[in-house]
Structures are given as C-alpha cells and as structure tokens.
Design a protein around this ligand. Structure first.
Ligand code: DAH
Length: 349
C-alpha cells in the first residue's frame, strides 16, 4: 500500500508538471479534483485503509498525510507560478504605449441643410419669433382644408401628394403648422412663429426637384399687420442672410391661403443682376412664397379677420442652401456623399 501511495505521488507530480507547462489555470482545478478532491485518488486510498491491521494503519496513515502535504504544497507553488506568468502576459497585452503618435479623431460636420435651417432660425429668433414644429405625417385637414384648399379645389393639383390613408398624407408643405399654431393659440396675439421641417411631394427627382425637401414656414398675426411689414421683414432677413446690400422684390403670385400672394426674389447673388445661368438671365432668384393670411384661414384658426391680420411665408431650404453654397444639384443633399459633407467640417455658416 505504501508503495502504491508513493507511486501515486510520483504520478500526480508528473501530471502537475504537464499541467504547469500548459500555462492554463483551468487545468489546475481538474488536477486538484482528480488527486486531492473528495472523490480523488488520495481519498480513495484513505478509504481503503479500513481493511488494514491496527499495526499498519498509523504507518500508512502517516504516508497518506505526507503524500497529501507534498501534493498540496507542489500544487500551491505551481499554481502561484502559473498565475504570475498568466497575469504578466495579460498586463503586457493590455499595456498602453504612451509614446505612440495620436490618431486624429474623425470630426463630423453639421449637414448643410441643417446649417441653413439653424441660420434662418437665428435670424428670425432675433426678430422675436419662436420655433414651432408639426408632424410630417399630417391630416388632410391641416395640410389642405385649414389652408383654404377645399376638397376638390383645383389648387390641390399644385402639390402632388403622397397619401398614407384617405385623410392622412405626408405633408406637402410646412403651412399646416400655421393652422396647428392658430388652433393652439387663438385668440391670443401676437403670433410670431417659424416652423422648419421636412416636406414631401410626388415629384420625379432631378437636379432641381426632390420628393423630400425642407421648408421654413413663417406666420405673424397681430392687430394691424400690413403687407409693408411683410416686405420690410423679408428685406431685413435677406440682408442678414446674403449681405447688407441685398436687394429684394415682391412679385405677384397665387396661393389659396394668402390674399394677396407674392413671391420674393433676391437680386442674383452670383451676377449681381447682370444676368447669368443661375438666374436664367433674369437677374433675380426666387426664394420664397408669401402673402397676407387669407381671412378664411384666420377664421378657421379661430381668429376674427375684422380684428386681426397676418402675413405668412414659406421658403425652400434647399433653394437657399444651393445659392449659399453653390450646389447645383439638389440630390447632392441627400446622397450622404462624404466628399460633399466634409467640405462643411469646421464651417460656422
Ligand atoms: N406652402 C407654399 C408652398 O409650399 C409656400 C408658401 C407660400 C407658404 C405662401 C406660405 C405663404 O406661408 O404665405 O409652395
């Protein structure tokens, strides 16, 4: 029995060396269970002692204890050594080389359309306007009805619409935010809001048309608001946007929700008015539609057109951005081409 125990010790130590050579901490546990565990070889040997004579028992018991002590101390030493090696290797692999040259982090840029919207907002907030928002999926009522397009009115043809349901659509302009604001605020005056946002029309995309585009709506309601107020404010806006000497003109137009209606042209910012391809030799470039809020629109919004009046305008953000940044194809704004976007890194405006 004693020889068996000594053989066991030798075998166990040999295996421990193999385990240690593997430098894998999990294998140490397997070894421990196999040789020192409750069901391990040494415990089995200990149980076999029951069959020994009273004289042999203390002798063999002593050897069992010696073997256990030898295995335990060998195990502890080998495990500690292996742990040190594994930890060192891990630390080395996680080490930071503080002498390495830094990598420049990628800096994103505000999208040119977002930049323009922010600039427009800044200008109008400076005039005392607040910023409103409305849903892109809109009710027919707000998009058309409340904007004085009765059902079957031919002016609905001006705006090819994506319908989502019988009375639900992707808004074709930001004008419904006018109706929503009036509904919320009436009969309070003054109302001075702008509403930037996405709009959608069933257009075939080309260099100047996109089925998704952006507008900034404006609405002012107060006592005694006049067309000259509209013109003065748009002139002030154009001068902040394009420069101190910017000229503008109002040209008669038609919108169902304004009467009278007009479009605002700015002097061509490229040729200064002498005529070029951008302004199609006219010397002027249209940037927005506007007018005095139609009495029907005021009435539907809960205001009394005998008491208050208002003006409104709606501008195409892409149009403004194309002029400002000399982008010639509207699709550029939606392609997410980094070569375009990176040109705006670090630009404030
Ligand atoms: N909603 C018009 C459009 O999308 C633009 C517009 C014109 C808005 C005149 C207005 C306005 O508020 O008064 O074509």
């Amino acid at each position: 029995m004693i020889e068996q125990l000594q053989a066991l010790q030798e075998r166990a130590l040999a295996r421990l060396q193999e385990v240690a050579a593997n430098e894998d901490l999990a294998r140490f546990e397997n070894w421990r269970v196999e040789f020192l565990g409750k069901k391990g070889e040494l415990s089995t040997a200990l149980r076999a002692m029951g069959s020994l004579s009273a004289a042999e028992r203390p002798l063999v018991g002593q050897v069992v204890n010696d073997v256990r002590a030898a295995l335990e101390s060998a195990y502890t030493a080998a495990y500690a050594q292996c742990l040190a090696v594994v930890q060192l290797r891990q630390e080395e692999s996680e080490a930071l080389d503080v002498t390495l040259a830094g990598r420049t982090p990628f800096v994103g840029a505000e999208h040119p359309l977002q930049k323009v919207i922010r600039r427009i907002e800044e200008i109008f907030v400076g005039f005392g306007f607040t910023v409103e928002e409305g849903p892109e999926v809109e009710l027919d009522y707000y998009n058309f009805e409340a904007m004085n397009f009765p059902k079957d009115h031919p002016a609905r043809d001006m705006q090819d619409t994506f319908f989502v349901g019988p009375d639900l659509l992707l808004r074709t302009h930001t004008s419904p935010v006018q109706a929503r604001t009036m509904e919320k605020r009436h009969p309070q005056v003054p109302v001075r809001i702008i509403a930037p946002g996405k709009t959608y029309r069933r257009d075939d995309d080309d260099a100047t048309h996109s089925h998704a585009f952006s507008q900034v709506e404006g609405l002012v309601i107060d006592h005694g608001v006049r067309m000259s107020d509209l013109k003065g404010m748009l002139l002030a806006f154009a001068r902040q946007m394009y420069g101190e000497n910017q000229e503008v003109r109002l040209r008669p137009s038609f919108f169902p929700f304004t009467e009278p209606s007009a479009e605002l042209d700015v002097r061509c910012i490229y040729c200064g008015g002498s005529g070029c391809n951008t302004c199609k030799q006219t010397g002027w470039i249209e940037i927005l539609g506007c007018g005095m809020v139609h009495p029907n629109v005021l009435r539907m919004g809960g205001y009394d057109p005998a008491q208050v009046s208002g003006f409104a305008f709606g501008m195409g953000v892409e149009r403004v951005a194309m002029l400002l940044y000399q982008v010639t194809d509207i699709r550029q704004f939606y392609l997410n081409d980094l070569r375009l976007l990176q040109q705006f890194v670090g630009l404030i405006r």
